[in-house]
Design a protein around this ligand. Structure first.
Ligand code: SF4
Length: 232
């Protein structure tokens, strides 16, 4: 009986700890928690966790699958070959990389670039949720199948695979937030395939059109509250 009670207390403490994760009040607190996280076994093989980077005032978030080797080495998202292609395509479409926030579903690199498991995605999702709550994006761009599936499941919508879902705009409610979701390909898929590269480019033209409909600015207008939030 005593053992059961101790286990219950332990579980409650753990729930309280992880319940607090999704209610981080500052970006710095959240990113520090990610860098020190040991929730799943990926922490054993990572060199650096990769929280994400970009404008914390953006109305747009890009979400990929997981860090690759270069990202793991540098602790930054989308800085390898696929990331460079993504940056070029974004700039050509008129969506400057530093005007959006970029992250991944899973913040640590899976060994040998395998796909993250369902358990890893589930354990790491507290951080993605916290990022969405802090940023409150009006547009969510998912890169590849894993990110699309994750965001559609958070929005309570069915996912039928990247080739059927990409290149269209979906409205959904995620964590109480009304947002448009635009699934596109992961840039790694387009690296050596000119046809997929064309599709990625055309999806970013669509994304640019959606962002233009926000009134010309990708960033949220600065308010005193936003400014003070950034200082913490
Ligand atoms: S992948 Fe996510 S849950 Fe797993 S150790 Fe890294 S930050 Fe923590």
């Amino acid at each position: 009986m005593r053992g059961k009670k101790a286990n219950l207390l332990c579980a409650n403490a753990s729930l309280r700890r992880w319940g607090a994760v999704s209610s981080f009040i500052s970006w710095d607190e959240l990113e520090n928690a990610i860098r020190n996280c040991r929730r799943c076994s990926l922490h054993r093989s990572r060199r650096n966790a990769v929280p994400g980077e970009g404008s914390r005032e953006s109305q747009v978030i890009l979400i990929g699958e997981a860090p690759g080797s270069t990202e793991d080495e540098m602790g930054r998202p989308f800085v390898g070959a696929a990331g460079k292609l993504l940056t070029v395509i974004m700039e050509s479409a008129g969506v400057p990389r530093w005007n959006v926030y970029i992250t991944n579903v899973v913040k640590c690199r899976p060994p040998n670039n395998r796909e993250p498991s369902d358990d890893e995605i589930s354990l790491c999702s507290v951080y993605l949720e916290a990022q969405l709550r802090l940023l409150k994006p009006r547009a969510i761009v998912t890169l590849g199948n894993i990110a699309g599936r994750k965001i559609f499941s958070m929005g309570g919508m069915e996912w039928s695979g990247i080739s059927r879902m990409r290149g269209r705009v979906y409205k959904m409610n995620i964590l109480g937030l009304e947002a448009v979701v635009i699934p596109t390909l992961h840039p790694a898929a387009a690296l050596y395939n000119p046809q997929l590269k064309k599709l990625l480019e055309s999806d970013f033209e669509l994304i640019k059109g959606v962002l233009d409909s926000f009134g010309g600015s990708i960033s949220r207008p600065k308010t005193l509250f936003n400014y003070m939030k950034q200082q913490h």
